[in-house]
Design a protein around this ligand. Structure first.
Ligand SMILES: Cc1cc2nc3c(=O)[nH]c(=O)nc-3n(C[C@H](O)[C@H](O)[C@H](O)COP(=O)(O)OP(=O)(O)OC[C@H]3O[C@@H](n4cnc5c(N)ncnc54)[C@H](O)[C@@H]3O)c2cc1C
Length: 411
């Protein structure tokens, strides 16, 4: 079987790319999506669609509308009408209000599980992409006319197969052994922090306000969710210094809620209950090469960002849609292997990537700094952000993810 495009990894990024390619290029090109977990959209599916939630920017919503999955997601997501940024123990807070930017909302918060189900059920309905799962890609080798992808099915009685493809997209998440095989390094800077993730019910309606809060115990984001059992609900992402993570994870629920209340205050009401807590070690990592002729690296495999600014997936979705737009305009399968295609992709996305990575990392550095001078600057930073409209506009644009959206996916 000769394929035109093989996508390795059917997580949030790979599945979105597959859907976009299936819509147009699926008529012309043979496309396969491979994942180590079942791509059924039901049980036991990829950890990419775990209990986490994702803040989807305005641009991601526009993309999902075009992919035809927004209707499926709408009832499982909550809009963000305002963002409140503050620092514990410091005067000054920044309020970003969507209506001041001519929008009804900055974005939406959706459960990753709901996004996964919407993507996979639509892929099944579309029937334009071959879904190979549960199977692992164990090797990718360059040939004279494309790449050879070696696929090992989870079912031990099924044989390992070599599949030739013109274009291979690696979207297999962070710490990809396939990149290592191809001699592509990751530049990694450990933040020495973990993201603790949990859902919380609160006593007061959230009025669709998201909170970003910077405290001595780490930065946190509280994102509004649809009500749970009649109670207003938030998704918490709390970045905790690595030396404190075990202690915070081990706290009994009541003590955890009391500590959180102490850090956040009562701006979102009283925290009533917390769901299961999970944690992720955090680093900024970037692949030293994102493209080679016939090869593109996407998603966390290309760049993994600090989650507190909620930009990693939004950026990767824009990357994926730019690639889909370029592939959808290719008419011969030989062009898929061309240097021009991948160079064009990188030229289009480089600036968006540079800007978002710098902004997310800068925010963490600014609010994580401990020296007196930086603390002063940081306080000024929050106030300045509130008063100086260009800075605020930039922050709002980042929240909305409006820059760098591929032309075919803009509203
Ligand atoms: C706590 C937290 C909160 C976040 N919040 C936000 C947010 O609010 N907004 C935002 O934009 N981003 C957010 N992010 C970032 C977002 O989660 C990532 O950008 C996104 O998950 C990346 O998806 P991916 O598909 O690249 O990788 P993954 O989710 O890691 O998926 C990779 C897939 O590849 C498969 N796979 C791996 N190896 C193989 C192989 N050899 N063969 C076949 N399949 C393979 C896996 O099974 C998996 O399905 C957050 C991240 C964290 C940690």
């Amino acid at each position: 079987m000769q394929l035109d495009v093989v996508i390795v990894g059917g997580g949030l990024v790979g599945a979105s790319l597959a859907l976009a390619l299936g819509q147009a290029a699926g008529q012309r090109h043979k496309i396969m999506l491979v994942d180590a977990f079942p791509l059924t959209g039901r049980d036991n599916f990829s950890p990419s669609f775990s209990s986490k939630t994702t803040a989807l920017s305005h641009s991601s919503r526009v993309i999902y509308e075009k992919l035809g999955i927004w209707e499926l997601l709408q009832t499982h997501s909550a809009p963000i009408a305002a963002i409140h940024v503050s620092e514990k123990g410091r005067w000054g807070a920044t309020r970003l209000i969507a209506s001041e930017h001519g929008l009804t909302e900055f974005g939406h918060v959706a459960a990753n599980e709901a996004v996964g189900q919407a993507l996979l059920s639509t892929l099944h309905k579309q029937q334009k992409v071959i879904l190979e799962s549960p199977s692992q890609v164990i090797r990718i080798q360059r040939q004279t006319t494309g790449y050879m992808v070696t696929v090992k099915p989870a079912n031990a009685s099924s044989p390992v197969v070599d599949i030739p493809a013109k274009l291979v997209v690696i979207a297999d998440g962070g710490r990809s052994p396939l990149l290592e095989q191809l001699g592509i390094d990751l530049l990694t800077r450990d933040y020495h922090q973990h993201a603790l993730v949990a859902n919380l019910t609160v006593s007061r309606p959230h009025q669709h306000i998201a909170y970003e809060r910077f405290t001595g115990a780490g930065a946190m984001a509280l994102l509004p969710l649809p009500d749970f059992a009649g109670r207003p609900q938030y998704s918490l992402v709390w970045t905790i210094p690595e030396e404190q993570v075990d202690r915070v994870l081990a706290l009994p629920d009541e003590e955890f809620l009391a500590e959180l209340q102490h850090q956040v205050g009562f701006r979102c009401g009283k925290f009533l209950a917390v769901g299961p807590r999970t944690n992720y070690p955090l680093s900024l990592s970037q692949a030293t090469e994102q493209v080679r002729p016939g090869l593109v690296i996407l998603g966390n495999a290309a760049h993994t960002l600090h989650p507190v600014a909620g930009q990693g997936y939004n950026l990767s979705l824009r990357d994926a849609m730019t690639l889909a737009e370029l592939v959808n305009h290719v008419t011969t399968s030989e062009e898929l292997l061309s240097d021009e295609l991948v160079r064009h992709y990188l030229q289009r996305q480089q600036e968006d990537q540079r800007r978002v990575i710098k902004a997310s990392d800068g925010l963490i550095k600014l609010f994580g700094a401990r020296t007196a001078m930086l603390r002063q600057g940081r306080q000024f930073g929050l106030i300045a952000l509130n008063l100086l409209s260009p800075a605020k506009q930039l922050f709002a644009e980042m929240a909305m993810g409006v820059a760098g959206v591929a032309a075919d996916w803009q509203s």
